[in-house]
Write a protein that binds this ligand. Structure first.
Ligand SMILES: *Cc1c(COP(=O)(O)O)cnc(C)c1O
Length: 395
């Protein structure tokens, strides 16, 4: 059996998205910047996609900039806010320890340029507290950037409250909503969001296309220089087919949020219930504030990487955290940020399921994971010490 349980890393392209994009690859392949009618056909598709996406977010089409994905949108949002702040002598930015690296590395780059960055710690439940944001705000703060839903543990942050606080204090608020879009409702106006990033391939559109929403009046700084596409804010011929697919996929996901959640949550709960029976295991992240599909657990005495390889042998695609950190032997910065000791964070497993999964696949996972954990413990010197009592159990 093959089970794809890594939907937080990427998703398949839906039939709706594929059908929508196909004509723009084969038939209407003109450049949307061309003046002839054939190019204008592509320009019309861009405009329609912009409207669809704006409607899904309760934004204005003029507030939507198409990018190459979530990473570029994060980079552009943060750099833009930093440049706007610097003009007023405000060079302090607030974010969190458990952001995606597209945010963390951009902030680190700005720090080298002389900006100051405060990274807040989530609490043990994987949720940032509004009070902590309030305490960190300074007169020279130009941006608060806090992710909507965490990509490793799935916890949802109090976005509306943080947005209201920032609005009141006249500080720009950006959120990386890549893991939230299509899975939980987003309303940029009601939530007081100034800037927001999303990525098509996390909700059944192709890879390499995303959106930066920036509220009217926020002047963006170019990351990519060149032609005058996207009102001069993002050069490069638009990925027309990808954008059309992204609009179709976002609309489809947003129209089915509740229906999909009703399908996903029983599968997720069964995973938590059955895998939670494994001795010395731990569920990471509050279940109260959570996107539907993400399951993150630790199993003491094993290495997450070995677990993943053996799950792969059994047809299961999973992750130990984010795809960006796998390949390195450092434990996940997200799990460390919620206070897990290194030894425990090493034995992590993320299963992210979607509406295309089914209970038979969940049954396969809950059969295989306990067997593999037991086997890895049987050959683990660390587990041996834990059993003998020469090493203390941490979970
Ligand atoms: C996947 C992801 C990104 C990066 O998006 P790309 O389109 O792959 O560049 C950024 N932030 C979060 C939270 C993500 O999950």
């Amino acid at each position: 059996m093959f089970v794809y349980a890594d939907n937080a890393a990427t998703t398949s392209v839906s039939k709706t998205a594929l059908d929508a994009m196909m004509p723009y690859l084969t038939e209407f392949y003109g450049n949307p910047s061309s003046l002839y009618a054939f190019g204008q056909k592509a320009a019309e598709a861009l405009a329609a996609s912009r409207e669809t996406i704006a409607a899904c977010l309760n934004a204005d089409p003029k507030e939507i900039t198409f990018t190459s994905g979530g990473s570029e949108a994060d980079n552009q949002a943060i750099v833009s806010a930093a440049r706007l702040g610097a003009r007023k002598g405000k060079k302090h930015l607030i974010s969190t320890q458990f952001e995606h690296h597209a945010v963390l590395h951009t902030l680190a780059k700005l720090e080298k340029e002389g900006y100051e960055v405060t990274l807040l710690n989530p609490h043990e439940d994987g949720v940032i507290r509004v009070e902590d944001v309030e305490d960190a705000l300074r007169d020279d703060t130009c941006l608060v950037t806090i992710m909507f839903a965490n990509n490793e543990i799935g916890t949802v942050q109090p976005i509306t409250e943080i947005g209201a606080l920032c609005r009141e204090r006249k500080v720009l608020f950006h959120t990386d909503a890549v893991q939230a879009a299509g899975h939980t409702p987003i309303d940029v106006k009601a939530m007081n969001i100034d800037m927001l990033s999303i990525s098509g391939h996390k909700f059944h559109a192709p890879k390499g296309v995303g959106v930066l929403y920036a509220r009217r009046g926020i002047a963006l700084t170019n990351i990519i220089e060149g032609g005058a596409q996207e009102r001069g804010k993002r050069a490069g011929t638009e990925n027309v087919a990808g954008i059309v697919a992204m609009a179709a996929a976002l609309k489809e996901s947003c129209d089915h949020i509740e229906e999909n959640a009703a399908k996903i949550i029983p599968m997720r709960d069964r995973l938590f219930e059955e895998l939670g029976k494994i001795p010395h295991s731990k569920i990471n992240g509050s279940l109260e504030h959570h996107v539907p599909g993400t399951v993150n657990m630790c199993f003491e005495g094993i290495e997450g990487e070995s677990l993943l390889l053996m799950l792969d042998d059994n047809g299961i695609c999973a992750s130990s955290g984010s795809a960006c950190t796998s390949g390195s032997l450092d434990p996940s910065h997200v799990l460390l940020s919620i206070g897990l000791p290194h030894e425990v964070a090493h034995g992590s497993l993320r299963l992210s399921i979607g509406e295309y999964n089914n209970m038979d696949e969940i049954d396969h996972i809950i059969k295989v994971v306990p067997e593999v954990v037991a086997y890895l413990r049987s050959i683990s010197p660390v587990w041996d010490e834990l059993e003998k009592g020469t090493r203390k159990h941490l979970i």
